[in-house]
Design a protein. Structure first.
Length: 180
């Protein structure tokens, strides 16, 4: 375990098993369709790569890069699109892939933004759901794990661009970020 991590919430094995379950559910729910997976960068990249390998459908991928945290542990609330989609999504079944659903402001904003492009549907899949911090009226269609109100890192999730490469999801020690 990394010395900055207080405890491990989900091991590599737990993550793998749950991602496989979500992939199987998406495969069943989107049978006969060709969904477009939209990864919300940067945090979703590991989850999305593993998830897509567990989906047995013809599908495509695109990415959006947004920011609302900067190098802080709490969202600023202002969503900035740093990279927009490359594809036209009109008439497509879009599956937005996010690492964590926290306040919900980012996903709520993105869902509205993408709805304006007239997709056939928009679904949300998130690895982690932190309902204790929700301030926007949004919920995931597919969720890996519900987590407590703690700052988590690993498996793509970061603090100040660090810890993304940890193979598990763990709670970051408050002393790492409390002086910001």
């Amino acid at each position: 375990m990394h010395p900055d991590v207080e405890s491990i919430l989900f091991s590599e094995e737990q993550l793998k098993k749950r991602v496989e379950e979500i992939g199987a559910q998406i495969t069943r729910d989107f049978a006969g369709k060709q969904p477009l997976f939209v990864g919300v960068l940067k945090g979703s990249f590991m989850f999305m790569a593993d998830l897509m390998r567990c989906v047995d459908l013809s599908c495509s991928v695109d990415f959006m890069a947004v920011s609302s945290y900067g190098n802080k542990s709490v969202s600023t609330g202002a969503v900035k699109i740093n990279k927009d989609l490359s594809a036209d999504i009109e008439g497509m079944d879009v599956i937005m892939v996010e690492d964590i659903l926290d306040s919900g402001k980012t996903l709520d904003y993105l869902r509205g933004y993408l709805n304006g492009r007239k997709p056939a549907s928009i679904s949300i899949v998130t690895l982690l759901d932190k309902p204790a911090r929700r301030t926007a009226p949004i919920q995931a269609d597919y969720s890996g794990f519900e987590i407590p109100d703690a700052f988590v890192v690993g498996y793509g999730l970061d603090y100040a661009e660090k810890y993304r490469n940890l193979p598990y999801v763990g709670i970051l020690k408050p002393c790492v970020y409390e002086n910001e």
